[in-house]
Design a protein around this ligand. Sequence first.
Ligand SMILES: [Fe+2]
Length: 372
Amino acid sequence: MNLRMRYEKMIELISNISPYIGVEKFMEELIRITVSVMEPIRGGCVFIPSGKDWICSVVYRMDDSMLGLKFNEDEIFIPPGNEPIIFKAVPDLFKKLPDDVVKILERSRFLMETKPLVGVSIRMEESEKPLAVFFFELEENRTMDHFTFESLKAFGKIALSFLIIKIYERKEREHQINMIKAMIRLIELRDPYTKGHGERVGRLATMLARKLKLPEEFITRVYWAGLLHDIGKLGVPEAILNKPGKLTGKEYEIVKKHPVFGEKALEDFENLQDIRLMIRHHHERWDGNGYPDGLKGEEIPLGSRIIAVVDVFDALTSNRPYRKALDVDKAIEMIKREMEGYFDPNIARKFLKMFEELEYPLLHRKSPHHEG
Ligand SMILES: [Fe+2]
């Protein structure tokens, strides 16, 4: 392959990888490209730090018995600086390994032959601990030529940019979670009767979604929607929220706006759009007589249908300004009796079954929310 072709191939391959994929997938793609455009390189692997350890997270065209193995800082050779360096695999790479690891490695051509390897540490500053370390295996009788050296340096920079994006993404997520928690605290300050309601609805919705065998990713979303479903109550005057007597028609109309207020509150959170919809529709009814949009049956988002059942259950078993908490068995009876029309029949049945299995009632009875 001549130089131009190699560069063309490199650009084509790099432009096909997306920063939205996970760290491992990205690193594997990068090694794959390295192997296909840099002739002296046969395969590679990546070590990613986890606390004080280093985990072999990706292996491509090298001995994959290494994959998933964990090494501590003294057992692994971390190339200094940011530039690719060449070194002998044994004994430099793993200084003092425990016996069981050595046994695995003895079978590994990669480590036990004293072949040169190329190592590249990916770090922001020279003095900092790397965010990842690449090791590349060379073809027989080949060494790192100038093209390979420069290309690996460039690839190291791509890997660094990618890892920095991932760090910021994580920070942003943490920030968002903290904001959400602050919002929940605000609701609870204004409306002490619902203290813990969001958390319980989130937890119960998670259990129910698991019973429904929904994907883990979706279950996490349902948890967040459960946690936040009543956030729109911040827009309802306190006098109405905490009114001990029956609400007037007008007051009830205001309370009924809270799902829409909640949806509006989350408008600017780009990655909460599915959760917004679950919140907007958590008071819809299966027969179409709910609010705010009167959606019917499966028009109602699945997450909202799950939250609807557990929300009613938790409301019934909690003290409210206008009535005392029902005990769990009475609440279950009531849901059984009235579920027709209200809930997705399949979801309601699963919910009742979950109680027959007695997992939650015990847990729920112990919770302190009855003190209100
Ligand atoms: Fe609600």
